[in-house]
Design a binder for this molecule. Sequence first.
Ligand code: SAM
Length: 264
Amino acid sequence: THFGFETVAEALKEQRVRGVFSSVASSYDSMNDFMSLGIHRLWKDHFVRNLNPGRNPLTSPLADQKGWNILDIAGGTGDIAFRMLDHASHINNDAHTNVTVADINPDMLAEGKKRSLQTPYARSPRLRFVEANAEKLDMIPDGSIDLYTVAFGIRNFTHKDVALKEAYRVLKPGGVFACLEFSKVENPLFNAVYQQWSFNAIPYIGQMVAGDKASYQYLVESIARFPSQEEFSGMIRDAGFLIPGKGYENLTDGIAAIHKGVKP
Ligand code: SAM
């Protein structure tokens, strides 16, 4: 049946995504550095600074006394989580804000746990890792999260609309959905160069750095298939979120973008 085909295709996609991230887990940082010329670190710093996590009565009077409950979906190697905890601790003097890192891939989580040993948050109740699919977060209660983040993850999800609904379910009223993801370059000239870089250089760099051309080819194609800034903002709205201002901020002319939604 049609349904049968769809299910097989979806299962294959999920398996493919799993394989890609298992095979890149240990070379994940070098991969990101090569693909973005190191800029992904600046984007992540900006993403976290802009969200300003942590209880700070001046900037976030609604956060409760215990700090923020942050859920970092597709959090893999902990890149966003460690930055969130550092920001809450050092900028907002908040030692209570906690982050749950959820990822579908146990190899990425294992890499994240290993890295956490180099941070002050290893074995701290402020940081936990859970294996979970963004489309089915059964272990996270309704209305329990202050900030839901997903960085460079959502384009890999099979049903983005279902994941957005789950984000909406787990957030508290007033809670924020924030997504950092590759997007569409706005300047046509810059875009021509960027497309050359993506399709002609990145798979070969992947071959050289990780000996794995196919995974990098998949990553480039998944970026090209991801909806435009406006379309993605519309999907966030369709899940029930209020869209603050324009709804997104372009980074490096739209190579990446930050999208936000607020649960009413
Ligand atoms: N957020 C991290 C960062 O910015 O460095 C990791 C991003 S990595 C490109 C994408 C992650 O999404 C992988 O760790 C992968 O396992 C995870 N992922 C893919 N599909 C998922 C799903 N349905 N639910 C949860 N995580 C998923």
